[in-house]
Ligand binder design. Structure first.
Ligand SMILES: Nc1ncnc2c1ncn2[C@@H]1O[C@H](COP(=O)(O)OP(=O)(O)OP(=O)(O)O)[C@@H](O)[C@H]1O
Ligand SMILES: [Mg+2]
Length: 249
């Protein structure tokens, strides 16, 4: 594997008495696209929230780009971008105003924020809608803006929490192409999804999560090869085999 960019060691997090994340460990290599797959409530978002410095683990250690999340959250925040599962946008602002706002929050000068906003709107195929109010955007366009915002500040590591959930094929394709393009630029990506086919095409490695634990982790090809011919079985089959349940339930 390439140089380790993210190291998560034995993460635990409970809410009241319930264990949301129960002993999760993995590493992500620099430039790798790593998929976290699992059914509703598996602990994917809780894991991302701990990795992205917004939720403190009960125990465990996280290092990103050589910085400890516990000891130097600020340094970590400077090199990560987060595309949250719930859209985080100001509906009454235009696309460009949203992007400049979040860019300024990320510490960019007004000029840089504006320049980056235009670059990433272009990348997401939304430059002609830059001045449009987000409230008027389709769900897929909002998802694309949500991802464009995560790119503000040009992070080295991106957390994408179900960036393609419930959107039109055009937006899905655009997001898919964007992620591939980011990988070509050497950006590291942690990605969660319910869409197994998408994970299979995009991810260098995937971790299958269930009940707060990683139950299997490898390349999609090897995981499929464990239960049959990699050309014939799907990651969905792998999940079903491992848990006895379908991922989509
Ligand atoms: N802030 C919270 N307070 C209480 N319980 C929580 C909180 N956040 C998550 N949980 C619980 O922790 C468990 C894991 O939730 P999490 O959101 O991490 O799952 P997920 O894998 O992201 O699911 P989904 O696919 O639905 O997004 C769930 O049982 C959830 O109800
Ligand atoms: Mg989630």
């Amino acid at each position: 594997m390439a140089e380790e960019f993210l190291v998560a060691k034995d993460l635990h997090k409970s809410f009241n008495e319930q264990r949301a994340v129960n002993g999760v460990s993995f590493t992500i290599g620099k430039g790798e696209i790593f998929g976290l797959l699992g059914p509703n409530g598996a602990g994917k978002t809780t894991t991302i929230r701990m990795l992205s410095t917004v939720l403190e683990p009960d125990s465990g250690e996280i290092t990103i780009g050589g910085h400890s999340v516990r000891q130097d959250a600020e340094a970590v925040r400077n090199i990560i971008g987060v595309c949250p599962q719930e859209l985080a946008l100001y509906e009454d602002l235009s696309a460009i105003e949203n992007m400049v706002f979040f860019g300024r929050m990320a510490g960019l000068s007004g000029k840089d924020a504006h320049a980056q906003a235009m670059t990433y709107l272009e990348l997401m195929g939304l430059v002609d809608r830059a001045g449009g109010k987000v409230a008027k955007f389709s769900g897929g366009m909002k998802r694309r803006i949500n991802l464009a915002i995560a790119l503000m500040g040009s992070p080295k590591l991106l957390f994408l929490d179900e960036p393609t959930v419930g959107i039109d094929p055009q937006s899905r394709n655009n997001i898919y192409e964007t992620i591939m393009g980011l990988r070509d630029k050497g950006i590291t990506v942690l990605y969660t999804t319910h869409y197994m086919e998408e994970a299979d095409r995009l991810c260098d490695r995937v971790a299958i999560m269930d009940g707060g634990q990683i139950i299997k982790m490898d390349t999609p090809y090897k995981l499929k090869g464990e239960i049959g011919s990699p050309e014939q079985v799907t990651l969905e089959d792998v999940f079903l085999k491992l848990t006895g349940r379908s991922l989509r339930d």
